[in-house]
Design a protein around this ligand. Structure first.
Ligand code: KG4
Ligand code: ZN
Length: 357
């Protein structure tokens, strides 16, 4: 099976052609292009939805053409066309969905609307053939959740953030320190030169029951630490120490929540043996190493996609589309883009996570 995938839900315009026929697994991506709109948004210190939508519109056709050319295939060789149908910035999602529908209509191919989060969630099946069920930590700019992945389209949310996503906390920290956008990679790089013990930042929800997250207190603590430094005279080592201390606090918070998530997962699926970490923040090597240690303590193997498939890309969208198509699931051309699209629609709303465990 060969699928074209299109991703336009945030600030990457991406297209990829993916198959399940090639071995070794790294040969499954037949052609892939990711265009980051970094320059368009840098001046604003974050993604501006209208600017993003216009840039997607400008670039999507030639990005699709490039991915097809790299694959050496033509539209008639495809089995289906998939696009991110949500959640995300709606202007961009509309551009990708319209493009995929047009290709599907012209070449008489099935269309598949992919949940962007499912794209992140299933990437490890493209790269590592991970079997269901697995425990997933999905950490990106907009989401921070633990999910039991039971199958294609089948997710049980075990915990989520009650305020900010971790990627957002990375981005805000970078912005406050003048490290620019996107923040995650800049904070990780700067933290390498810093002292993680200098600032005593909070470990939110430490010791509480369940596996929900909270990162707004950590973000506020970073702001207070910056305000307490001599105004106009912040040194490079101060910035590095804040980054290192922030990252260490984030890793402690994740590890602590992970312990409870593993217990909840094992109760549901005693046979489950894999922890998967996915989403943009999973590109962070320090966090990966810390999570690997925590997973091993509880007899789970950590699997993470290669770095370039952690952040937004279209190979993950094509792959999720492929998994749907293999099960005979396609979508009508009347599909409406969805700004919100939870993976587990039955999950209860996250509330403050109750008493100490
Ligand atoms: O999955 P993604 O590309 O887009 C969303 O769907 O949100 O995730 C983007 C997020 C941003 O907040 C970015 O700062 C963060 O992932 N990120 C990182 C790193 N690389 C990207 N955070 C920490 N360390 C990194 N190396
Ligand atoms: Zn994403």
């Amino acid at each position: 099976m060969i699928i074209l995938g299109i991703e336009t839900s945030c600030d990457e315009t991406a297209a990829a052609v993916v198959t399940d026929e090639e071995l070794p697994l790294e040969n499954r991506v037949l052609g892939e292009v990711v265009l980051s709109q970094l320059e368009e948004h840098r001046a604003y210190g974050g993604v501006v939805p209208e600017v993003a939508a216009r840039a997607h519109l400008q670039h999507v056709d030639h990005i699709v053409a490039q991915a097809m050319e790299k694959s050496g295939l033509q539209f008639k060789d495809l089995d289906a066309v998939a696009a991110t149908g949500g959640p995300g910035l709606i202007g961009g999602v509309i551009v990708g969905v319209m493009t995929a529908k047009a290709i599907a209509a012209v070449h008489n191919l099935p269309f598949i609307a992919v949940n962007h989060l499912e794209g992140h969630a299933l990437t490890v099946r493209l790269t590592h053939d991970v079997a269901f069920p697995y425990l997933l930590l999905l950490v990106s700019g907009g989401h921070c959740q633990f999910l039991a992945v039971e199958g294609v389209g089948k997710f049980k949310r075990l915990g989520t953030t009650i305020d900010d996503a971790l990627g957002e906390a990375f981005d805000k920290t970078a912005k406050m320190l003048g490290l620019g956008y996107p923040g995650g990679p800049a904070v990780e790089e700067t933290a390498k030169k810093g002292d993680p013990g200098r600032f005593k930042f909070p470990r939110p929800l430490q010791g509480r029951a369940g596996c929900d997250f909270s990162f707004s207190g950590l973000k506020a603590a970073v702001r207070r630490a910056i305000e307490q430094l001599p105004p106009g005279d912040i040194q490079e080592n101060d910035i590095a120490d804040i980054c290192a201390s922030f990252q260490a606090a984030a890793a402690d918070a994740l590890s602590n929540r992970l312990k409870n998530a593993i217990a909840m997962f094992k109760e549901l699926y005693p046979e489950g043996s894999t922890l998967v970490v996915a989403g943009g923040v999973a590109a962070n090597q320090y966090l990966r190493d810390r999570l690997e240690g925590a997973a091993q303590t509880h007899d789970l193997a950590l699997v993470a996609p290669p770095l370039k498939l952690c952040t937004d890309n279209a190979a993950m969208i094509a792959w999720a589309g492929l998994e749907h198509h293999r099960l005979g699931k396609t979508d009508p051309l009347t599909f409406k883009p969805r700004p919100r699209w939870p993976l587990d629609p039955n999950a209860p709303k996250a509330v403050f996570a109750g008493a100490k465990a």
